[in-house]
Design a protein around this ligand. Structure first.
Ligand code: GLN
Length: 537
């Protein structure tokens, strides 16, 4: 639409966890819905090269893109909102920036210069930011800077932003600053001072915010908006209220009502067209008016934090809307499930999902849960580690291989039904070395999996080191486990299912990374509909 790719930066002030990613994704949605080709990029100021090595407790789920990048979970929101895949280029970390600069230094590429934060680190950041806009694929790129202004670690990013704003000009780059307007219940007042200070902190680095998006529990009246405008050097129509909402999927409509897209486009000297949110609102309508509720247990080991299984929870929202039910997902800690309590713990659920995971903690509880749902005809969905646990359970109880296990859990087991992939055996480095990203999979006809996907060729995203050990495949299949999806090139089993069970599927890949509002994942949709059937039987 425009010849030059324009940039919208989103910075955060006052507090972390204000939802910069959701505001960025919502604005992108509004721009996309009026015909602008839009993408989002996340700059993470931590020193890890990527979040692949981070425990989910630290930074939430690690999201995986088609090209195999292990990225920040915000990229999941971008894909779910925009229905457009992201890639490695959409996520930059300080670790990646320094890794690249240091490797260039070792190659002598700086020609004897002293390598410094300015200009070398900031140039590297700028190059990475501009790379996404370099081939003219996008009209608008929204760039979210992680963290909060004033953090020492985000300084190089703010400095890169200052330089870019100067170089590109104010028609081509604008800054949205997301802040919090706290409500003091004792004084019964909304307070603007923290926002004034954080806008000032940004200005100390030479960056003037163009638009303020103000997170608040109460509506902002005109007086407060005018006060913010006056103290923060912005037009009053550029003070946007972002009041708390029940679901993140409401945020695009809120931002639309507050005209965030309109003021942003005006500043960028781009035309405003009425956004078409028809299919988005159809989804919202179904999501908010469920005809029934089903209960799903999510069995894993990171159950205390919402963000650890973000994509799975969101996939259930998408699939629930298709089925017009509310999916009540209840996390259960597998460490506390055993043969004595499994019935009590699981009997009230309409379906069970065993989550991805690593390491030995809680695996026996997962296996116990899978045995229970297999024998009691409760719909079962196993993802990655959950699929591997299903294979172990089957081997132990149907093949009578009592010590069947994964070598990840017991390296000395006599029956390693799940074993390290051949190409993983000599790898010692942890970061970015798993089998990652999109891989092809062939689905066998006349299987449950085929009836779900309705195609023989799929591509799904992976993140694992272990696999079903093909030495046991014949034995497993003779006893009723069906390998219904395989990668032809590597011969890896990607999907298993149990014959004569209403719905029992384990997948080596992560379908949750591909479910979006406009394209809910068929496996989640089908699993939810099986859980409804189970409830009503
Ligand atoms: N730990 C298992 C593996 O590496 C499963 C990984 C996962 O669930 N993502 O193969």
């Amino acid at each position: 639409m425009s010849s030059q790719t324009k940039y919208i930066f989103v910075t955060g002030g006052v507090s972390s966890s204000l939802g910069k990613g959701i505001v960025a994704a919502s604005l992108a949605k509004l721009l996309q819905a009026q015909g602008y080709k839009t993408t989002i990029q996340k700059l993470d100021p931590y020193i890890n090269v990527d979040p692949g090595t981070l425990n989910p407790y630290e930074h939430g789920e690690c999201y995986v893109t088609n090209d195999g990048a292990e990225t920040d979970l915000d990229l999941g929101h971008y894909e779910r909102f925009l229905n457009v895949p992201t890639s490695q280029a959409n996520n930059i970390t300080t670790g990646r920036i320094y890794q690249s600069v240091i490797s260039k230094e070792r190659q002598g590429m700086y020609l004897g210069k002293t390598v410094q934060v300015i200009p070398h680190i900031t140039d590297e950041i700028k190059e990475n930011i501009k790379f996404l806009g370099s081939n003219g694929e996008f009209d608008i790129i929204i760039t979210e800077i992680g963290g909060t202004v004033g953090d020492i670690e985000s300084l190089p990013y703010i400095e890169a932003l200052r330089q870019l704003k100067w170089e590109m000009g104010e028609d081509n780059l604008i800054v949205i600053h997301l802040t919090l307007i706290p409500y003091l219940s004792a004084a019964k007042e909304l307070k603007t001072k923290p926002t004034q200070h954080s806008v000032k902190t940004l200005m100390e680095s030479g960056v003037q915010a163009d638009i303020l998006v103000c997170r608040t529990e109460h509506e902002l009246n005109d007086e407060i908006k005018e006060k913010l405008a006056r103290f923060c050097n912005v037009n009053v129509d550029c003070v946007i209220e972002s009041v708390d909402v029940n679901t993140i999927y409401d945020v695009p409509n809120h931002m639309y009502r507050e005209c965030l897209d309109k003021v942003a486009l005006k500043k960028l000297k781009l035309d405003y067209n009425e956004p078409d949110l028809g299919s988005w609102n159809n989804f919202l309508d179904k999501y908010k008016n469920p005809k029934d509720t089903i209960k799903i247990a999510l069995i894993g080991k990171y159950v205390e934090l919402q963000d650890s299984y973000k994509s799975i929870l969101e996939s259930f929202i998408h699939a629930g809307a298709v089925n017009e039910v509310d999916v009540d997902v209840i996390p259960l800690h597998s460490e506390f499930i055993n043969s004595e309590n499994v019935h009590d713990k699981l009997q009230s659920f309409n379906g069970i999902l065993v989550a991805p995971g690593f390491g030995e903690r809680g695996v026996e509880g997962k296996i116990e849960a899978i045995k229970y749902v297999r024998l009691n005809n409760i719909p079962f969905f196993g993802i990655c580690y959950g699929m591997q646990m299903a294979v172990i359970e089957y081997a132990r109880n149907m093949l009578k291989l009592d010590d069947a296990n994964s070598t990840e859990v017991n390296p000395n087991t006599k029956n390693p039904v799940i074993d390290l992939m051949e190409e993983q055996k000599n790898i010692t480095e942890k970061g970015g070395t798993m089998r990652l990203g999109a891989w092809k999979c062939d689905i066998t006809r006349e299987t449950l999996c085929h009836s779900v996907y309705k195609t023989e060729n799929i591509e799904e995203r992976h993140r694992h080191r272990y696999e079903l050990n093909n030495k046991y495949l014949n034995q497993l299949e003779e006893n009723g486990l069906v390998a219904s999806g395989k990668n032809k090139d590597t011969n890896l089993v990607e999907v298993v299912e149990v014959k004569d069970h209403p719905w029992f599927i384990g997948v080596q890949y992560h379908p949750e990374y591909k479910s979006t509002v406009l394209s809910p994942h068929p496996l989640f949709v089908s699993f939810v509909s099986a859980a409804i059937l189970n409830k009503n039987k």
